[in-house]
Design a protein around this ligand. Structure first.
Ligand SMILES: NC(=O)c1ccc[n+]([C@@H]2O[C@H](COP(=O)([O-])OP(=O)(O)OC[C@H]3O[C@@H](n4cnc5c(N)ncnc54)[C@H](O)[C@@H]3O)[C@@H](O)[C@H]2O)c1
Length: 385
C-alpha cells in the first residue's frame, strides 16, 4: 500500500489523514506549526475514541489507524510517499513555494495534489518542474464524513495522473467527480446563488432572515436555510469564497458579494463560532419566528432554486463537468435534496426559462440572464435526462 503525505494539519489536513489511514495507508502528516500538529494528534485521538464508543470501530482498529499516522517534523518524511496532498493556508504564493520544495524531496512518480477551494490548479502546477503530476483533489468539510471529492486536472496534468488519483480516492470510499480547473470548480460555483439570492431577497425587504430559512428548509426541502448554513460555515469564510469567485470571474454580476455579509464579516459576526451572525447564539437570545406564509415561501424557493438551476445549467453549458457529476456534486457535496438538473426536468425547462426571464425583465440586470443552454433546450423541447 502506498504511503501518503499530507501537508498542513488544520481541519482539512487532519480529516484527510484520518481517511487515508483508515483506508490502510501509512500517512506522513506535517505542519510548519508544531502546535497545530499537536492539536491534530489530540483531535484524531478524540475522534477515533468517539468512533469506538459509538461502536463504529473496534479498539484495535482505532489504535492501528492512529498508529499509521506519523506526525513528522519535516517534509523530508515525504521521501517515500507516492502521493502528497497539500491542505495549507489558501494563499497562492505560499502554496507555490511549498510545491517547489516538496518536488525536490519526493520521487519523480509521486502525485502532488492540492486541496485548494478556490485557487487555479494550473498556477500551482506551474511552480513545479514537472507540472504534469499536479492535480486538484478537493475534499469537503468535514472530510471524513462528506462523501464527495472533486478531482480537478490542470491543463498541464497528465491524464494518467488524473485516473490514478481518482482511483486512489475512490478506493477510500469517496464519490469522485471530475471538474474543470475554473473558479469554484463545481460545488463552490453552482452553490453561489443559494447564498447570494437569499441575501438579495433579504436586502430587498421581500422577507426577513428566519422566513427565508424557513421557506428553503420546509418548502424547498433543503437540510438547512442559507442563513443558518452561512452561520455554520462562518461569514468570514463564506464571504471570502464569494469574493474570490466574483473576482476570478472577472466581476460577473451573477457572483456579486453582498454588503450585508461583508458588514457581518467586518464586525466579527462570523456566526456560530463567534456566538453571533445572522442569528444570536447567546444563551438568553431571542429567536425571531418566521412568517409562515406559504405563498411567500414558495416565491422565495422558486427564485433561489431557479437561480441554482440556471447556474448548474451554465456549468454544463461551459463543460465544467458532466450533467451526472454536477447533480452528484450538489447532492453529495452540499446535501441538496435533488440534483439541480433533475429538478429542472421536473419543473420543466420552459418554466425555468420563463422564471429567469421574469427576473430579468423585472430587474434588467445581467445577474438574471438565462443560460443559453436552458433557452436552447426549451426551444427544442429537450430534457436533461
Ligand atoms: N475548511 C474548509 O471548509 C475547506 C474545505 C475544502 C478545502 N479547503 C482548503 O483546504 C486548505 C486548508 O484549509 P483548512 O480549513 O484546513 O485550514 P486551516 O487553517 O485549518 O489549516 C491550515 C494548516 O496549514 C498550516 N500551514 C500553513 N502554512 C504552512 C506551510 N507553509 N507548511 C506547512 N503547513 C502550513 C497551518 O499551520 C494550519 O495548521 C485550504 O486551501 C482551503 O481552501 C478548506
Amino acid at each position: 500500500m502506498i504511503k501518503i503525505g499530507v501537508l498542513g494539519s488544520g481541519s482539512m489536513g487532519t480529516g484527510i489523514a484520518q481517511i487515508a489511514a483508515t483506508a490502510g495507508h501509512e500517512v506522513m502528516l506535517y505542519d510548519n506549526n508544531p502546535d497545530a500538529l499537536n492539536r491534530a494528534s489530540k483531535q484524531l485521538q478524540k475522534i477515533l475514541n468517539r468512533l469506538v464508543e459509538k461502536g463504529r470501530l473496534d479498539d484495535a482498529d482505532a489504535k492501528a489507524i492512529f498508529g499509521r499516522i506519523y506526525f513528522v517534523d519535516s517534509i523530508f518524511a515525504y521521501r517515500e510517499c507516492e502521493m502528497v496532498i497539500e491542505a495549507i493556508i489558501e494563499n497562492l504564493d505560499i502554496k507555490k513555494a511549498v510545491f517547489e520544495q516538496i518536488e525536490d524531496v519526493v520521487s519523480p512518480d509521486c502525485i502532488l495534489a492540492s486541496n485548494t477551494s478556490s485557487l487555479s490548479i494550473a498556477s500551482i502546477a506551474a511552480a513545479c518542474d514537472d507540472p504534469s503530476r499536479v492535480i486538484g483533489i478537493h475534499f469537503f468539510n468535514p472530510a471524513p464524513l462528506m462523501k464527495l471529492v472533486e478531482i480537478i486536472p490542470a491543463i498541464q496534468t497528465n491524464p494518467e495522473i488524473t485516473e490514478e488519483a481518482r482511483r486512489i480516492v475512490n478506493n477510500w470510499g469517496k464519490l469522485t467527480v471530475l471538474a474543470k480547473d475554473t473558479p469554484g470548480f463545481i460545488v463552490n460555483r453552482v452553490a453561489r446563488p443559494f447564498y447570494g439570492e437569499a441575501l438579495r431577497i433579504y436586502e430587498e425587504g421581500i422577507a426577513d432572515i428566519p422566513t427565508i430559512d424557513w421557506a428553503i428548509k420546509e418548502i424547498g426541502g433543503f437540510r438547512m436555510g442559507p442563513f443558518t448554513l452561512m452561520d455554520y460555515i462562518g461569514n468570514d469564510v463564506n464571504y471570502i469564497v464569494t469574493e474570490t469567485v466574483f473576482k476570478a470571474f472577472y466581476y460577473d454580476p451573477r457572483y456579486k458579494p453582498s454588503f450585508t455579509q461583508k458588514r457581518l464579516s467586518e464586525a466579527g459576526y462570523h456566526g456560530r463560532k463567534t456566538g453571533k451572525g445572522y442569528y444570536d447564539y447567546s444563551e438568553n437570545a431571542d429567536h425571531p419566528k418566521p412568517k409562515e406564509d406559504t405563498k411567500l415561501g414558495k416565491q422565495i424557493v422558486n427564485r433561489i432554486v431557479t437561480m441554482l438551476i440556471n447556474e448548474a445549467a451554465d456549468a454544463l453549458y461551459l463543460n465544467i463537468a458532466s450533467k451526472e457529476d454536477i447533480d452528484l456534486a450538489m447532492t453529495k457535496g452540499v446535501n441538496y435534496p435533488k440534483g439541480l438538473l433533475q429538478w429542472a426536468d421536473e419543473i420543466g425547462i420552459p418554466n425555468c426559462v420563463a422564471a429567469m426571464d421574469d427576473l430579468y425583465h423585472n430587474y434588467l440586470e445581467d445577474r438574471y440572464r438565462c443560460s443559453p443552454l436552458l433557452r436552447r433546450m426549451a426551444r427544442e423541447s429537450e430534457t436533461f435526462y
